[in-house]
Design a protein around this ligand. Structure first.
Ligand code: P53
Length: 480
């Protein structure tokens, strides 16, 4: 039995595009997330091809007669259900709740002069509802949700003009919610811009032969927007706290061969530290610039940009943590994970999607990040997907999920006892929602079952699972 320190906020996390639905009402525009189809014939090993966005798939997504279903257009109806849903969170005694604001509800195309008042109204109500229940809102300004129009017209984040549009959008939110929201995450998982170029940067995978180079340029613009938002934020409220957000892809060396160690160090530099270094130290590490140059991307960072990045770093280290992988000198043991390549670890178990469960890895990572940056951490996502059938709409006994969450929370408390500062933990996700990577409903992360299938069919009834009652108790007693 471990007691979670009372200074660590406990809560849950979702995104607008995976939950809200009602994608085209009240003036809302189409976002790039909503153009992700569900492919019922998808085979696990084809997942990385499926997630690539091509010209052809865009055409298909824009075709009103497309034979595919686009689940993120409908989510789980959170847009209409949020009061009832937030009530369930309040009954769980959650300290905080993280969600994103759909950029396309506020600026449907992204380049409008004035924001869409109807869209803002929805978030006024949503945030007020959270505050009414004493739940601290943690707001992601965008969770892979840019307006498609900005891709079509300006080519996505590779175009610097996006910085201007984004900062304007963010400023609208910062001004409006300055007395209601303290914690802001300017972008979800910024490193996705490099490994998942459509979601992270609005780039088509087939748009250029050097797509990696383009993605580095796009990420640079994202970093600039992040810094500019922090700069603006400081003039709006001294109460604001801005978080970085990186998908932490922790790797271990397969053996003690110094060459494997070196390869793993380099892997971690490029998968984790290169991003956090810019966001927390305010400058690119030389190893990253060298690597970018080697594949033909000279960022040509101006003196003004350097100052912007240096003077406007994030206040806390936000990250998602789901799994770890292994680095081997022999590349052949690498197998395709869902969105990123990870090697298998014989000491760990995995779920059906090959995500390897590693709670101790979270403690290792927390210590490493704190050692390097000495800033407080916020675990913004952590959880596990399972296939769960529930024909009679009963309480699911998801002991496997309880085990996952419990073991990770224990390691968080251990890291805290090691001396790591930690602001909070928002598990992914309170409800079953549409999967980011595969757009299926069957990959269920929820503490609460949602009666809906991969094609959006079902009553949408919410039924708490055993893990819901377990997490409620953790929030109340702080004991795991
Ligand atoms: P799904 C990669 C590695 C770990 C987490 O993912 C990741 C990614 C993808 O960038 O994404 C986060 O639903 C993401 C959430 C998502 C969650 O992981 O594919 O921020 O939107 O739902 C789980 O199983």
């Amino acid at each position: 039995m471990k007691k979670i320190d009372k200074t660590i906020m406990l809560g849950t996390s979702i995104s607008a595009n995976q939950a809200e639905g009602y994608w085209n009402i009240n003036g809302k525009g189409l976002s790039i997330a909503e153009m992700r189809r569900y492919n019922p014939s998808l085979n696990q090993k084809d997942i990385n091809t499926e997630r690539k966005m091509t010209e052809e798939k865009i055409k298909e997504a824009l075709d009103p007669n497309s034979k595919f279903y686009y689940p993120k257009k409908n989510g789980i109806d959170f847009f209409k259900h949020y009061k009832e849903d937030i009530k369930l969170l309040a009954e769980m005694n959650n300290d905080c709740f993280r969600t994103s604001i759909a950029w396309t509800r506020i600026f449907p195309n992204g380049d409008e002069v004035e924001p869409n008042e109807e869209g803002l109204k929805f978030y006024d109500d949503l945030i007020d509802e959270l505050l009414k229940h004493n739940i601290e809102p943690i707001i992601t300004i965008s969770h892979y949700e840019m307006p498609y129009y900005l891709v079509e017209k300006f080519g996505g984040w590779k175009n610097k003009v996006l910085v201007e549009f984004y900062v304007k959008y963010a400023k609208t939110l910062l001004e409006r919610y300055k007395n209601k929201v303290k914690y802001w995450i300017p972008f979800n998982e910024m490193n996705a811009a490099n490994y998942s170029v459509w979601a992270g940067a609005g780039l088509r995978d087939d748009e250029h032969e050097n797509i990696l180079g383009l993605s580095v340029q796009a990420l640079h613009n994202i970093f600039l927007a992040n810094a500019a938002i922090i700069k603006e934020g400081k003039t709006i409220s001294s109460n604001f706290k801005f978080g970085s957000m990186i998908a932490t892809l922790l790797s271990y060396p397969e053996d003690a061969n110094p060459l494997t160690i070196l390869k793993t160090d380099k892997d971690q530099q490029m998968k984790i530290y290169a991003y956090f270094d810019v966001l927390h130290r305010g400058e690119y590490p030389q190893y990253a610039l060298n690597l970018y140059k080697s594949f033909g991307m000279d960022l040509k960072i101006t003196a003004e940009e350097k100052t912007l990045l240096k003077e406007n770093t994030c206040d806390f280290i936000g990250f998602s943590y789901y799994m770890s992988g292994v680095i081997s000198l022999n590349d052949e043991i690498l197998t395709e994970g869902n969105l990123v390549k990870v090697g298998k670890n014989k000491h760990l178990k995995e779920n059906e999607w090959g995500w390897q469960i590693d709670p101790v890895g979270l403690r290792i990572l927390m210590n490493r990040l704190y050692d390097r940056y000495q800033k407080p951490l916020f675990i913004l996502e952590n959880g596990i997907g399972f296939k769960e059938k529930n024909p009679n709409l009963e309480m699911i006994n998801d002991d496997y999920r309880i085990e996952y969450l419990k073991s990770h929370l224990e390691q968080i408390q251990k890291a805290f006892e090691d001396g790591v500062e930690c602001i909070g933990y928002t598990m992914w996700s309170p409800f079953d929602i549409v999967s980011h990577g595969t757009s299926e409903m069957s990959k269920r992360y929820g503490l609460i079952y949602v009666d809906q299938d991969d094609f959006g069919q079902g009553t949408k009834k919410r039924i708490p699972k055993k893990s819901y009652y377990w997490f409620k108790k953790v929030c109340e007693t702080r004991e795991v």
